[in-house]
Design a binder for this molecule. Structure first.
Ligand SMILES: Nc1nc2c(c(=O)[nH]1)N[C@H]1C(S)=C(S)[C@@H](COP(=O)(O)O)O[C@H]1N2
Ligand SMILES: [Mo]
Length: 270
C-alpha cells in the first residue's frame, strides 16, 4: 500500500511471472502495522474526545479508558498479525483492467449525485448517510493486489480508496451500546437494491487491505466495476468485493451472503 506513489511503467520489459515485490511488500507490512495499531487511538478520539479522556482516573499512569483501549488494541493487533497475513502486493506496472464480472445489484441506473452510503449505527439503529466526498476526505490508501475469482481467473489491479478501518475509526458506528470500546462481530454490505450482499467478520473488515474503494487503476470506478464505491478485500475471493455499496450494517450474527447461500464458503478466504 502506498500514499499516492506510483511506479513508472518499465519500457521494453517482458512482464515477469507474478511475484510480490519484496520491497513493496515490506513497506506495506510496516505501514499496515502502524496504521492498524493507530486505529484504537483514532477511534477513541472520535468516540469521546481527548478532554473527556484525560479527565478520567489514571491506571498505571495512563487515563483509564485509554489504557484499556491500548491494551485491547495491543491484544487485537498481536493476535491478528499472528493468525493472518497481508495479501501480496505487486509493482504498479503489473496492474491491468479486470473484466466486468458479476452484475447482480447493478441492473438499474445509478445517479452518482444522489447516491449516499447509508450506515446503520450498531448502538442506536439509526442510519447515517455519507457522500462520496465524505469517504474521499478519509486518508487515501492505494495498493496493487490480485483480484481472484472463484471461476479460476485472477488479475493484478491497482486500487484506491479509504480503509474500512479508517472509516470505522472516524465514524464509530460499529461500537457496541454501553461498551463503546468493543465492536460488533460482523459487517454486512448490500447493493442499494439489496440484490447482492456480502458479510465479513470484524477482523476481516478491519484488515488494513480492506478498502472502501473508489478508484481502479487511478481512474474513478466505472459503473460496471461498482461506481461510486465498492469493497476490495484481497485476502478473499472476488465474490466478497461487493460493487456499488448501498448500505452497511453491523451484527453479532453472520450477515446474509449471496454466494454463501448458493453453497460457497462463507469466509471465502484464499
Ligand atoms: N454488486 C455486485 N458485486 C459483485 C458481483 C456481483 O455480481 N454484483 N460479483 C463479484 C464477483 S464474483 C467478482 S469476481 C468481482 C469482479 O469484479 P470486477 O467486475 O470489477 O472485475 O465482483 C464481485 N462483486
Ligand atoms: Mo467472481
Amino acid at each position: 500500500m502506498s500514499d499516492e506513489s506510483s511506479t513508472p511503467n518499465p519500457v521494453g520489459h517482458q512482464p515477469a511471472p507474478l511475484q510480490p515485490e519484496a520491497a513493496v511488500l515490506a513497506e506495506a507490512r510496516q505501514r499496515s502495522r502502524r496504521a492498524f495499531i493507530g486505529l484504537g487511538l483514532a477511534g477513541l478520539a472520535g468516540l469521546g474526545g481527548w478532554s473527556w479522556l484525560i479527565s478520567q482516573p489514571k491506571e498505571s499512569g495512563v487515563a483509564g479508558p485509554l489504557r484499556r483501549v491500548l491494551d485491547a488494541n495491543g491484544r487485537l493487533s498481536g493476535a491478528y498479525f499472528k493468525e493472518t497475513r497481508l495479501a501480496p502486493e505487486f509493482a504498479r506496472s503489473r496492474a491491468r483492467a479486470p473484466r466486468i464480472n458479476g452484475k447482480v445489484g447493478l441492473k438499474s441506473e445509478l445517479n452518482p449525485v444522489t447516491w449516499r452510503l447509508r450506515v446503520q449505527d450498531f448502538a442506536t439503529g439509526n442510519t447515517q448517510e455519507f457522500t462520496l466526498d465524505d469517504i474521499k476526505a478519509l486518508p487515501k490508501t492505494s495498493m496493487t493486489t490480485e483480484l481472484k475469482c472463484i471461476e479460476g481467473w485472477s488479475i493484478v489491479v491497482h486500487w484506491g480508496g479509504a480503509r474500512l478501518s479508517d472509516f470505522l475509526a472516524r465514524y464509530p458506528l460499529a461500537a457496541r451500546a454501553g461498551a463503546a470500546e468493543t465492536l460488533a462481530s460482523y459487517v454486512g454490505l448490500r447493493t442499494p437494491d439489496d440484490a447482492y450482499y456480502v458479510g465479513l467478520d470484524m477482523p476481516s473488515a478491519l484488515h488494513p487491505q480492506t478498502l472502501l474503494c473508489y478508484e481502479m487503476n487511478d481512474q474513478p470506478l466505472t459503473a460496471g466495476h461498482g461506481a461510486p464505491l465498492r469493497l476490495v478485500t484481497p485476502l478473499k475471493y472476488g465474490t466478497k468485493h461487493l460493487k456499488r455499496i448501498g448500505t452497511i450494517a453491523f451484527s453479532d450474527t453472520r450477515p446474509d451472503d449471496y454466494w454463501a447461500e448458493k453453497g460457497y464458503d462463507w469466509d471465502s478466504g484464499h
